[in-house]
Design a protein around this ligand. Structure first.
Ligand code: ATP
Ligand code: SKM
Ligand code: MG
Length: 174
């Protein structure tokens, strides 16, 4: 079993929102590895970061991503930092991966109102978000089969674009 498409991108790029809409369009199930981590551990992600630290979270995440890649056949959204794991990047070479990109201003606007993102909860979320984008952009591009810009486009328009691409473009599409 393999996901129809794996969705990656920075926090606020719309992995969860667009991924769910995309699954609805395709008539397949949606799964999100952030939710898998919460369900598996019985703890919120912010609590794991605060109590055990980021490396502990990344180890759990790496394991949950591997399980989901092996057993899910619909749309799979990964946690925003999943691609930092070399093991995960290696697994992703065998998958169809949609990278949702977002610019600094819009990414800040979308994530700014939430306190649920531990990486962005510091004193200067803008600088933190910029550093995150700068460091990760090459990594998202490395794993991506295709990239979708989301600035100035609603979630439904982005989902429609990915659905159209899946119908024609990516490897393995019928
Ligand atoms: N294309 C879009 N246009 C406008 N708003 C959007 C778009 N995509 C997502 N949003 C909004 O941005 C916020 C963050 O979206 P979402 O939670 O789907 O991002 P995410 O990539 O899953 O983030 P995380 O990595 O933190 O899980 C939500 O309020 C969502 O409604
Ligand atoms: O970009 C990240 O590093 C993260 C994104 C979220 O999806 C969560 O997995 C967590 O908050 C870390
Ligand atoms: Mg999400």
């Amino acid at each position: 079993m393999t996901p129809r498409v794996v969705v990656v991108g920075p926090p606020g790029s719309g992995k969860t929102t667009v991924g769910r809409l995309l699954a609805g369009r395709l008539g397949v199930r949606f799964r999100d590895t952030d939710a898998d981590v919460v369900a598996h551990t019985g703890r919120e992600i912010a609590d794991i970061f605060a109590t055990d630290g980021e490396p502990a979270f990344r180890a759990i995440e790496e394991e949950r991503v591997a399980v989901a890649l092996a057993e899910h056949d619909g749309v799979l959204a990964l946690g925003g930092g999943s691609v930092l794991s070399p093991a995960t990047r290696k697994l992703l070479t065998a998958h169809t991966v949609a990278f949702l990109n977002v610019g600094l201003s819009e990414g800040i606007r979308r994530t700014g109102l939430s306190s649920a993102r531990p990486l962005l909860a510091g004193v200067n979320p803008r600088a933190t978000y910029k550093a995150l984008l700068d460091a990760r952009l090459p990594v998202y591009r490395e794993v991506a089969t295709a990239e979708f810009g989301t600035d100035g486009r609603g979630p439904d328009a982005v989902a429609g674009e990915i659905a159209a691409w899946l119908g024609t473009g990516p490897p393995g599409a019928e």
